[in-house]
Design a protein around this ligand. Structure first.
Ligand code: ZN
Ligand code: ZN
Length: 265
């Protein structure tokens, strides 16, 4: 099984799950259950929806973390000939992995491997985002974004309920002190909004790269990439023609000859 043994990455993953479970428990406690008690919404149905998004976010995260992002086999090629060096370094060969590097393949020092179509190394999924797990990473962002929007709506509904004149006393402690739950609710409301915006920007960045057949590293290195129809780029990343599987983190088929298919340039 593919798993990167990196202490900082593992700590970030634990933190990710703590945030996901902590925030969701708070939203359920201070917003959904309260609104249900006040017969404003159907609590069990709303909680099921919430857990559905969180389950898909967690599942996508696990797939992004445990999927080989497109590592090139180690010790798979002989040292290059003298004329294949540029500025003292081999042009298409990784001295650390002792393999030929297809175009748009980069060595990740954290993973210790050359990764096909590497976008970036993400500590939050403790893995590189590359050719075979970009779909899972994008789905993780999508379901976290939906969870944030959902939390934002639920907390907003709770806040508007509390601040409406005739029902305000239901949400406030005696002597009009603001309750701890209300404080947590308002704080979570703003956190959900800010975090939702941040994840939305990351998702937009990923989708722009996929649509343009490029990656974070390609953009940094200003690599010239092949212009292809958007449909082809999306199908390559999401593993086939548009359908329900685009929204479920199913594995992409790894071709035994994909190292050959990517031309050395
Ligand atoms: Zn390498
Ligand atoms: Zn990496």
């Amino acid at each position: 099984m593919w798993f990167i043994k990196d202490g900082a990455g593992i700590a970030c993953v634990v933190l990710t799950y703590l945030i996901m479970t902590g925030v969701s428990s708070l939203v359920i406690k201070v917003a959904i259950l309260q609104l249900d008690e006040e017969e404003y919404i159907n609590g069990p149905i709303c909680i099921c929806f919430y857990y559905f998004f969180l389950f898909l976010a967690g599942f996508s995260h696990l797939k992004a973390m445990l999927t080989d992002p497109g590592s090139v086999p180690l010790n798979s090629a002989e040292l290059p000939k003298v004329n294949e060096y540029k500025d003292g370094k081999p042009k298409f060969y990784c001295l650390r992995c002792r393999c030929n590097k297809p175009s748009r393949c980069h060595h990740c020092s954290t993973c210790g491997r050359c990764i096909m179509k590497m976008d970036h190394h993400c500590p939050w999924v403790n893995n590189c985002v590359g050719h075979y797990n970009q779909k899972h990473f994008v789905l993780f962002l999508l379901y976290i974004e939906l969870s944030c929007i959902y939390s934002f709506i639920m907390l907003g509904m709770r806040a508007s309920y509390c601040f409406s004149h005739e029902k305000a006393e239901l949400c406030l402690r005696p002597r009009q002190e603001v309750s701890f739950d209300l404080f947590i609710g308002v704080l979570s409301f703003f956190m959900a909004g800010i975090f939702g915006l941040f994840v939305g920007v990351m998702m937009q960045d990923q989708l722009t790269c996929i649509i343009n057949n490029t990656s974070g590293i390609d953009e940094l290195k200003k690599t010239l990439v092949e212009k292809r129809p958007v449909k082809v780029n999306l199908e390559e990343t999401f593993g086939g023609p548009f359908g329900i599987l685009w929204f479920i983190p199913t594995s992409l088929k790894r071709q035994s000859n994909d190292m050959v298919e990517i031309e050395l340039t």
